[in-house]
Design a binder for this molecule. Structure first.
Ligand code: FAD
Ligand code: EPU
Length: 345
């Protein structure tokens, strides 16, 4: 289906009232390729969109937005594991729920993350002590110009913390069309994160981990259907061991997570909270009262309100801690993605 000048309000979880010049709902790969060719011919910008749960549209989009609706979940059981091939347009949480219902463990820690399966590898989604890369077997990447599909193994995906090659080398002219998963039969519950550590690793079931993750998320994170948001607005910053130690002498209770490379990850939400910014509001945009890392649309925020608020949060944290937060959310202008740090500087 193809529509001229369509609203994207229902296609971005901030619920910003922006439009796109053309909207294509792609149920088949051929539709994506056709939309790309047409946009190339018109020399217009092109954007593949999932559920818009990690996006901040700065203004109307002056080109074609393709909504990915490539469906299908295939499950193959082998002796050691279940192997899944999933269409990029499947909803991520539905996949998690479906596997748990089928008695297939392994995705439970990643329950309730909004968005589509095809978007999940792009920032290597992670939560509650787990990341997508631990279960990803391959990513099927479509070259929109040649029509070829390249099956990429995890090494080639260059997964990192909220990072992958899909944010860089394969950003333009490519679309993820399917993702493969390997869910081992040797299930090992991941219970390191806060509330989950109360569960008994000897007796706990995947369903119980799934329920605990869902319950925790519901208490902390606002439901975008009720209040517009895009989850964590900023990434958790990584600093050197020396910087972390210096801060710890001043703030002994500061949450900190030593990494294998000697760096220390800090909690951006804690840093923002320490600046007493919870509830701080500019226009219709506010810092969430339960989780300072989430910026919300209280009802009628404009893109400019959100940018002004993000800039204020970033500057305030920098003047108190000398740490510059980097947005996790992708900033989209009329002709495509722009550098979020430049926008906020
Ligand atoms: P979109 O926002 O639509 O797109 C994201 C980017 O991927 C865009 O640049 C888009 O152009 C590109 N893209 C999308 N689909 C394709 C494709 N098929 N091929 C190529 N490029 C594509 N994230 C976490 O990691 N952990 C969390 O715990 C978490 N919690 C969240 C909680 C809430 C309440 C919200 C609103 C968000 C949360 N997020 C979290 C962020 C978000 O859910 C993820 O980034 C998710 O993977 C985005 O999926 P999406 O389909 O909405 O992608
Ligand atoms: N904290 C505060 N005040 C706040 C928020 C957090 O003091 O307002 C403290 C918490 O008490 C805790 C620490 O900061 O000690 C970390 O907070 P939390 O466990 O809530 O996690 P987070 O670091 O804020 C990250 C991810 C989330 C993911 C959760 C759970 C990033 C940027 N965010 O949040 O992912 O769901 O951990 O694993 O890494 C997302 O990416 O959109 C997202 C929601």
């Amino acid at each position: 289906m193809s529509t001229e000048s369509a609203s994207l309000k229902n296609y971005n979880t901030f619920a910003l009232p922006v439009n796109t010049a053309h909207l294509v709902i792609a149920e088949q790969i051929e539709m994506m390729i056709k939309a790309w060719q047409k946009a190339q011919k018109r020399q217009e910008p092109f954007l593949v969109l999932g559920e818009g749960s990690n996006m901040l549209f700065l203004e109307n989009f002056a080109g074609t937005v393709v909504i990915n609706e490539l469906k299908g979940i295939e499950i193959r059981e082998e002796q050691d594991a279940w192997y899944l091939h999933v269409g990029a347009g499947e909803n991520w949480h539905h996949l998690v729920k479906h596997t748990i219902e089928c008695g297939i463990p392994g995705l439970e820690n990643l329950a309730l993350i909004p968005g589509l399966v095809g978007s999940a590898p792009i920032q290597n989604i992670g939560a509650y002590g787990m990341e997508l890369r631990q279960v990803c077997e391959y990513v099927d990447l479509l070259n929109l110009t040649t029509g070829e599909i390249d099956r990429m193994d995890p090494q080639r995906c260059e997964f990192g913390y909220r990072e992958s090659v899909f944010k860089h080398e394969f950003k333009q002219g490519f679309a993820i069309v399917g993702v493969g998963f390997r869910l081992s039969k040797q299930w090992c519950p991941q219970l390191n994160y806060g509330e989950l550590s109360k569960l008994d690793p000897q007796t706990v079931t995947p369903q119980q981990v799934y329920d605990a993750v869902c319950a925790t998320r519901r208490t902390k994170l606002p439901d975008p259907r009720v209040m517009g948001n895009a989850g964590s607005f900023f990434k958790n910053p990584q600093v050197s061991g020396d910087v972390a130690n210096e801060l710890l002498t001043q703030y002994p209770s500061m949450p900190h997570y030593p990494q294998s490379d000697g760096q220390v990850k800090l909690a951006a939400g804690w840093l923002i909270d320490q600046c007493s910014l919870k509830g701080y509001q500019i226009g219709g945009a506010a810092v969430h009262r339960q989780q300072a890392l989430v910026l919300v649309n209280t009802g009628n925020a404009s893109s400019q309100d959100l940018v002004a608020l993000a800039r204020h949060v970033r500057n305030t944290v920098a003047s108190k801690f000398d740490i510059w937060l980097e947005p996790e959310v992708r900033f989209i202008a009329a002709t495509g993605e722009v550098d979020a740090i430049e926008v906020l500087s």
